[in-house]
Design a protein around this ligand. Sequence first.
Ligand code: EPZ
Length: 417
Amino acid sequence: MECVEIIGGKPLSGRIEIQGSKNAVLPVLAGCVLHAGISRIRHCPRLQDVEDMIAILRELGCLVWWEEDCLTVDASFLSGTVLPKETAGRMRSSIFFLGALLGRCGQADIPYPGGCVIGARPVDFHVEAMRSMGAGIDEAEGRIAARAKRLRGVEITLKLPSVGATENIILAAVLAEGVTVINNGAKEPEIEELCRFLRGKGARIRLLPQGSLEITGVSALKDSEHELIADRIAAGTYLLAAAVTNGVVTLGRMPVQHMQALLDCLEKMNIAIKKEGKDITVDCRKPHRGIEFLETAPYPGFPTDLQSPMMTLLAVTEGRCRLRENVFEARFKTVEQLRAMGAQITTEGREAIILGVPGLHGAQVRAEELRGAAALFLAGLGAEGRTQISGCGFISRGYENICENLKQLGADISVEE
Ligand code: EPZ
């Protein structure tokens, strides 16, 4: 899906179900190599990032197959510990194989996952943590080569509550000798989901009273079946699509308990929200109230992954908003594209000043990364006239069947390969 064309101005209405969580399943897939046996993951989303992780698992000697939305990984015949540059180098999540392969095999050789337009995205916290657990690590020619007879449990205090570093340490600690304690770890729902998946395989992980995570190494794990949580970022994106088009939309299989920061925002903006079990219905037909200040923060704060889609809604909401991005240093790349559609946004460092306009107009725009692509989809849905978005390959990294879902909600959207 390279290019998408949207004829905007149609309020979305109807019901869709939310996919399994991309940012939960990626560390879970790496975690499958910790067990020389079967891991079944139900409600697994069919995404480019998932397919890339499957390619790596197969490269390492695992058997992987789909049965509808259930993905099975058999890591009994794991034979490799070297990740291929072409697949692993282009995605951030290959870094999780550092902890998982060190834990299972005592060695790992992976390419740097690389940065992207939202920031440098270093992996120093990951490497420091593995060294502190006893791994010898060489970093040369764009690769990380790690070895350890058997990792040993240690107490680690992270400088920042890094989601990926927290997950990598958990993966490394599950089979390590002794006890690992992670202080100042990330608290995102995807962390708890990884722990739930690993506990389902026999790992010993518990949350300490002061909020640290304690992992007690075990000698082996077991076969398991896991039902994946829904994707809170995909869910938030569809809620914002409903808001941008002043529609009335019901979303099923919602991870409501993980979405309070966004739901609070939408309620402040005069959007009516009705919760019924795992369904949420938003009625966005009333005039929206503006927000003067909003900033992203680690969970349970406003998620950085919804910053760009939220910027689209704020761009067409009356008033002036100061939007601050605290997590990544370069996550305003979509501003230029939104301005080409009539948005009035200026940026300075980590802050964007958004002056709401009555509406955007269609234009030819280009996506450069996943959540920026989502923001442009929302802008096209709400704009008057035709919007052509190129660079849409990014969107399939994180949103399963997004065009089909939006069509089901009444959007006029077509895909050009
Ligand atoms: C995860 O990225 C998510 N990706 C991101 O989602 C999400 O935006 C991010 O967490 C924050 O919530 C996946 O889960 C696959 P971090 P991650 O480590 O783990 C710095 C999406 O759109 N840092 O919490 O890479 C880093 O530069 C993606 O779905 C270091 O300095 O995020 C950033 O400024 C985008 N050194 C901050 O910490 C390190 O070793 C938070 O990054 C690691 C991170």
